[in-house]
Structures are given as structure tokens and as C-alpha cells.
Design a binder for this molecule. Structure first.
Ligand code: CA
Length: 747
């Protein structure tokens, strides 16, 4: 751009140029001096006659000048000078811009100093139209002047007249256009959207310098300047502001929720309406719809989605409930598994899930007691069940009992267990068993069994073998108590009469079945001294009788004994006369003594003990004749023996002193002392012996009872005592004889 100041247009000098075609309005013209001047004078010249030294504005102008001006060897001053070290257009006092400079090669300041004014080479062989600095005082150049073509207000109030070659032009002030700069430039018509606008248009609507202020309705805030001005470049000073809806905090869908927003003025901005909805299975807690208010806040609090609740489940009876809750207890998505306690089975769905509808899938299950097989009463028995949960189901207990006479085999009660089986095995009623009966010894048994061998109801009949008789019941029955109605009988051997040993005998029995019973055999034997008369052996027959008659033991017989001479025989017979055990006592008459055994006994051998006894006369001392005397003896039984009598005689002169005669007494003593022959008188002693009644008494005693005899004997004895008292000399052995006789008679 060639921003030069305006200049008047007036040509003075040799050549007058009409301003060229550049300017449409008016013109400016160039002039040059005839003479050469220093720069200052040149300028004065131009200012005096024209406007000023020329101000080069553009290439066209340079070309024009170089073409139209005449060649001058010293060339022409132009209106550029160094002021305070800066090349300045003197007309406008504006510094030369680098772009506008048109220096010749090596210029300016090729001389390094004092070249402060500028000439233009016109029609120079080289560098024509270029500039060169020269000392301002160099007086050799023509002044190149121009004259402005512009007139005051020719360009109106809003333009400046600019000189151009042979003309002028209106340089409009910024914001204006048109030949006379009569029109303000037009900015785009503002049609704000959503904003209020108030404009002032000093040069027309939306033209240069129009200012518009903007504001926003409630809920909106302005983005951009509040005022726009239409600038000279037809543009608004700033971007048209916009009204942006006030934003609320961006909403996000809470968990399990969905957000559906309608944005009237922008995302989450004033007027936005957001509706919350929950995913299936959740319900909205809080208000559904929210609106972004002008304050930038949402109406209401943000809701949340709460899982839909299902009715609280509880464990079924006899069951358990195991729930897993995703969103909360018994809410949407919760799954509950049902299980049953041992012994129960689930009837119904195993699992429930809380649906989005707040209901559970499926019906509530139940825990039903597990069934066991139906039990029945055992034969001959009864069944008594108690059912806790149902007939023959888990926990049911059945007790078994049996009819009378039967005993329970197996468990007394059974319980239905969780594994569908009953405890224990099947119970049954078994007939009560009685002890097994066996045939009694020597007997037979033939039983009829109703329910089994030897059980309740069995009846057994008993019988015995020949020779035995049944002791006890003929039959018995097995009772309900397991005992027999009656005691088992026995077959007892038939008894024979009890045998006793025969007198003086022995019995030796062998009993097969019992004393003196069938089969018993008894042997008879006799004690020593006895011999058996009859069968040696008996046997007890089946008839209960003995074979044969009862034998006897008879004493063995010894020989017949007789009394010895001068003696007596007195036998006592235990059994029969002169048989075993008979004892015969021998006694001798007075004056005799027994030679041999005093007693003999019949022995078992049938012989008598000892030898034969004899009675020998008792001896008295042999008497000698006394001195002075003689002896004359007579012997009846032997010399100086019993009843021998010896008589003495004295010789003459002597008197026999003593007994005349001595008799050998039964005692073996002489009745008197032998006499002596002397003269002496002998004492007299008289003895009286009375035994006249002895024999008679013995005869009577034989026919009287022993008692009487004893009484009599006592009387007699008393009488003898009286006799002794009366006659103490009667000292004889007659009572002994009596006694013997008495005993003999009693036996
Ligand atoms: Ca120079």
C-alpha cells in the first residue's frame, strides 16, 4: 500500500502532467523545477508553487514518472529525508517502511555519512526509478513536485481524499465505503438465537459502529462478549455471543437405573428433563422426573433404584431355607433354596427366585415326611403305631405285640427312618416255646404241635414202657407262659414190696430202676450160723411181685449136749435148742468142780466151743494123822475129796482137842480144824442149816410168772436174810443154785 498523505494537484514548470487514470475523483499532477536546488530549497519551491515534494506511492507511479519525466543528469529530489536517523516521508512525517522503499542497489548510505536526502533516478541507464540518498545540500537536482487534486469534503465526512496520479481517490475511513465514503460498511445482520439483543445503529442497521448488546433469558448464560460492534472490516468485533443454557450437574443413572433425558437446550442444561427408570426388578425410590432449573440445580433429589422386594420367605416346616441375596434380603434376584431336614422330602420347587414382579417363582414347597413301607401286624400279633407326621412316615413308630402265647421275634418297635426304611428287621410272633420235652426215661412221648415243636399249644401225651408206671400227668400242654401245664411225668419202675433181710440174714439187692422196683434183684444170704431156707434170689417183675417166696435163715444145729456126771446142764437157746447161739453152762453139784469149759456155745460151724466138761470132786488138803493121834478117812469120790470124812483118834493120854471128825466140805476145806491131841476141851459150835423148802419152791416157780417168781424170790431172800440174822452160821452157796434154777426156768 502506498499510504501517502493527500496532496494538492498543481503543476508548475515545464511539464504539466495530467494525473493518470488511477484516481477516479479529481487528480493530482507532477511538476519539476527548471533549476537545480538543494533539497530544502527544492521543497520550498514545491511548497511554494505546488503542494510538496513528491511522495512516491506505488510502482505505477514510479513507472509513470520514469516514463514521462525528462532525463536529467542530476536527477530529481523526492520528499524523503532522514530525520533523526529515520527515513521519513516529509509530507506525512511518516517513516518509510521497508516495504515501500525502492532503493537502488547498494543504497542507501553508500557513502556512509551525510546523505540524508533522497533522489530518484529518472531514465538512468541502470536502476531507473530507484532511489539514492544524497547530501541534502547538494545543489544539482531539480525539485520533483506534485499538486494535490483533493478538495475539502470531497470525500465526505468519512473519507480522506488521496492523491493519485493525475487524480485523487477517496480513502474511506474504516467502516465506510462508496465513492464519497458515504456508506457505512455493512456487517452481517445479527439474528441472535435465544438471546436478547439491543442495538444502536449510528450509521444504519448493522453497519459500521453499530453496537449490539446481548443478554440471555432466564436459565441461560451468555457465552461471549455482552456487546458487539460492527467494525470497519464488516465484521463484528467479536463473535456473536450465545446463550447457553445453564448446566446442571451431569446426571448418571444410579445403579440398576436407566436415565432418559430430553435436553431442550443442551446436555443436562436448563430445561433438560431427565426421567429415571429402574431396571426390571427394581423400583424407583424418589421422584421419577427431574428438571434442570435455572439455578443449575435439579429439582428434587436423585432417586435410587431399590430392588423389588418379595415377601419374606421362611423355611418350611421341617425344612431349611438358604438364601443368597444379591440386592438385599428377599429382593429381586434373591434365590432361596429349600431343603428339608433329614426324614423329609421336598414337595415343590427346590429353589425360588424373587422375580422382577416382586413375586417368587413357584409355590412354596413343603417338607413332607418321607414315607416308609406300610407295616402290618405280624401273624398272631398286633401293630400299634404312632404317627407323628403321617401314616407310616418318618418318625412313625410302630410297636409290635403278640397274642397270648406268642413272643415277639425281632424288634419290639420299629421306627421309620429318614432313609425310607424301618429300623430293625421284620418282627414276627413266634409261639412261645416250652422246654423241649423228651420222653421220660422208660417212657414214650408223642406230641401234637400246633405252632411248632414244643410251642404254645403243643400237647404231649406220655406213656411208659412195660414195667413202669406213669407218675404224673398223662399229658401236658405248652402254656402261653412257655411252661408246661403240668410237670413232666416220670416213668417210675413198678415197685415190688420192699424186701427185708430175713431174720439172721442179709439182703443184697441190685436196683436197676430204684429200690425194689421192676428189675431189682435181691440176693438173700444168712448171717454166720444160719442157713438159707428158700430161694437164694428174687427178682421184681413187671407185675410188681417178686419171684419166689421169701426165704428164711435157720440157725445151724449143733450136737445135743448132756449134763456131765455130778453136774448139771443149763442151756440157754437163742433160737432153737442146740442151735447156733445156744449157750450151755455147765455146773457141778456141790462139792464138785468143773473140769473143762464152764460154758460152751454152739458156733456157726455147727460145733460147740471147747471140749466136754466134767465134774470132779473138790479136793481138800490131805490130812495127816495128828501127833499123838490116828487118822481114819473114808473117801466117797476120791482121796480127800468132797464128802471124804476123816475121823481122828488120840493116843492114850491125850485128849483129843477138837473135832472128832472132819468132813471135806464143798468148799475144799475141812469142816473143822483137825484136832490136836492134848489135854484140852473143845468149843462147841452148832450150826443149823435149813434148806428144806428149797426144792419145793423151785417146783412152784416153774408154773408161775416171772414176776411172781421174782416177788417170791425176794420174799424168800428176805426170809433168808432174816434167817441169817437169826443164824449167822448158815453160810452156804445154796442161793446161787437157786438163782441158776430160777433163771433157767424163766428162759
Ligand atoms: Ca547515495
Amino acid at each position: 500500500m502506498w499510504a501517502l498523505g493527500s496532496c494538492g494537484v498543481c503543476c508548475l514548470g515545464i511539464a504539466v502532467f495530467t494525473c493518470g487514470v488511477v484516481m477516479q475523483v479529481g487528480a493530482w499532477t507532477y511538476y519539476y523545477s527548471e533549476e537545480d536546488y538543494e533539497w530544502d530549497d527544492a521543497r520550498t519551491y514545491c511548497q511554494t508553487f505546488f503542494t510538496d515534494l513528491v511522495a512516491i506511492q506505488n510502482k505505477e507511479e514510479i513507472e509513470y514518472l520514469n516514463r514521462t519525466l525528462p532525463y536529467h543528469g542530476k536527477y530529481y529530489w523526492i520528499g524523503i529525508r532522514k530525520l533523526r536517523g529515520i527515513w521519513t516521508w516529509v509530507g506525512t512525517k511518516k517513516a518509510l517502511t521497508k516495504e515501500a522503499a525502492n532503493w537502488a542497489t547498494g543504497e542507501p548510505n553508500n557513502r556512509k555519512f551525510n546523505q540524508d536526502c533522497v533522489e530518484i533516478y529518472i531514465k538512468r541507464s541502470s536502476e531507473a526509478g530507484k532511489w539514492n540518498d544524497e547530501p541534502c545540500t547538494k545543489k544539482k537536482k531539480k525539485a520533483l513536485c506534485y499538486k494535490v487534486s483533493c478538495q475539502p469534503l470531497i470525500c465526505g465526512l468519512h473519507g480522506d481524499c488521496v492523491e493519485v496520479i493525475q487524480s485523487y481517490k477517496c480513502e474511506c475511513h474504516p467502516g465506510f465505503e462508496g465513492d464519497k465514503c458515504e456508506n457505512a460498511v455493512q456487517c452481517p445482520i445479527l439474528e441472535p438465537r435465544g438471546a436478547y439483543m439491543n442495538c444502536s445503529h449510528p450509521f444504519g442497521d448493522f453497519r459500521y459502529n453499530s453496537t449490539c448488546t446481548f443478554w440471555c433469558p432466564e436459565g441461560f448464560e451468555r457465552r461471549g462478549a455482552d456487546e458487539l460492534q460492527c467494525l470497519a472490516d464488516r465484521q463484528w468485533s467479536v463473535e456473536t455471543p450465545t446463550c447457553t443454557a445453564i448446566t446442571c450437574p451431569e446426571l448418571r443413572a444410579p445403579e440398576h437405573a436407566e436415565l432418559n433425558c430430553s435436553h431442550l437446550h443442551g446436555n443436562f442444561a436448563f430445561g433438560s428433563i431427565c426421567d429415571f427408570s429402574c431396571q426390571p426388578g427394581f423400583e424407583l425410590m424418589g421422584s421419577q422426573s427431574h428438571e434442570c432449573m435455572a439455578t443449575g440445580n435439579w429439582t428434587g433429589d436423585i432417586p435410587r433404584c431399590k430392588a423389588v422386594t418379595c415377601p419374606v420367605l421362611s423355611a418350611p416346616e421341617h425344612g431349611e431355607l438358604n438364601c443368597s441375596h444379591i440386592h438385599g434380603n428377599f429382593t429381586f434376584g434373591s434365590t432361596c433354596d429349600f431343603s428339608c431336614l433329614p426324614g423329609f422330602e421336598l414337595m415343590g420347587p427346590l429353589s425360588h427366585e424373587c422375580t422382577a414382579m416382586g413375586t417368587w417363582t413357584g409355590d412354596t414347597p413343603q417338607c413332607k415326611a418321607i414315607s416308609c413301607s406300610v407295616l402290618s401286624a405280624p401273624e398272631y400279633g398286633e401293630l400299634n403305631c404312632s404317627h407323628i407326621h403321617g401314616n407310616f412316615t418318618f418318625g412313625s413308630t410302630c410297636a409290635f405285640s403278640c397274642q397270648t402265647g406268642f413272643v415277639l421275634m425281632g424288634p419290639q418297635s420299629r421306627e421309620c427312618m429318614a432313609k425310607r426304611t424301618w429300623t430293625g428287621d421284620t418282627s414276627r410272633c413266634k409261639a412261645v416255646t416250652c422246654p423241649v420235652l423228651s420222653a421220660p426215661k422208660h417212657g414214650e412221648l408223642n406230641c401234637s404241635h400246633l405252632h411248632g415243636n414244643f410251642t404254645f399249644g403243643s400237647i404231649c401225651d406220655f406213656s411208659c414202657q412195660s414195667g413202669f408206671e406213669l407218675i404224673g400227668p398223662e399229658s401236658c400242654e405248652c402254656t402261653a407262659m412257655g411252661t408246661w401245664s403240668k410237670n413232666t411225668p416220670q416213668c417210675k419202675a413198678i415197685t415190688c414190696p420192699v424186701l427185708g433181710a430175713p431174720e439172721h440174714g442179709e439182703l443184697n439187692c441190685s436196683h436197676i430202676h430204684g429200690n425194689f422196683t421192676f428189675g431189682s434183684t435181691c440176693d438173700f444170704s444168712c448171717l454166720p450160723g444160719f442157713e438159707l431156707m428158700g430161694p437164694v434170689s428174687h427178682e421184681c417183675t413187671a407185675m410188681g411181685t417178686w419171684t419166689g417166696d421169701t426165704p428164711q435163715c435157720k440157725a445151724i444145729t449143733c450136737s445135743l449136749l448132756t449134763a456131765p456126771e455130778h453136774g448139771e446142764l443149763n442151756c440157754s437157746h437163742v433160737y432153737e435148742k442146740f442151735t447156733f447161739g445156744s449157750i450151755c453152762d455147765f455146773s457141778c453139784q456141790t462139792g464138785f468142780e468143773l473140769i473143762g469149759p464152764q460154758s460152751r456155745e454152739c458156733m456157726a460151724t455147727g460145733t460147740w466151743t471147747g471140749d466136754t466138761s466134767q465134774c470132779q470132786a473138790i479136793s481138800c488138803p490131805v490130812l495127816d494123822a495128828p501127833s499123838h493121834g490116828h487118822l481114819n478117812c473114808s473117801h466117797t469120790h476120791g482121796n480127800f475129796t468132797f464128802n471124804s470124812t476123816c475121823s481122828f483118834s488120840c493116843k492114850e493120854g491125850f485128849i483129843q482137842m477138837g473135832a472128832e471128825m472132819l468132813r471135806c466140805s464143798a468148799t475144799g476145806n475141812w469142816t473143822r480144824h483137825p484136832p490136836v491131841c492134848e489135854e484140852d476141851s473143845a468149843a462147841f459150835l452148832k450150826q443149823v442149816l435149813v434148806y428144806t423148802s428149797t426144792s419145793a419152791l423151785a417146783a412152784i416157780g416153774l408154773v408161775l410168772s416171772g414176776t411172781l417168781i421174782a416177788l417170791l424170790a425176794k420174799q424168800l431172800s428176805d426170809r433168808e436174810e432174816k434167817k441169817k440174822l437169826l443164824n449167822p452160821t448158815s453160810d452156804l452157796g445154796a442161793p446161787g443154785i437157786f438163782t441158776n434154777a430160777a433163771y433157767d426156768s424163766t428162759l
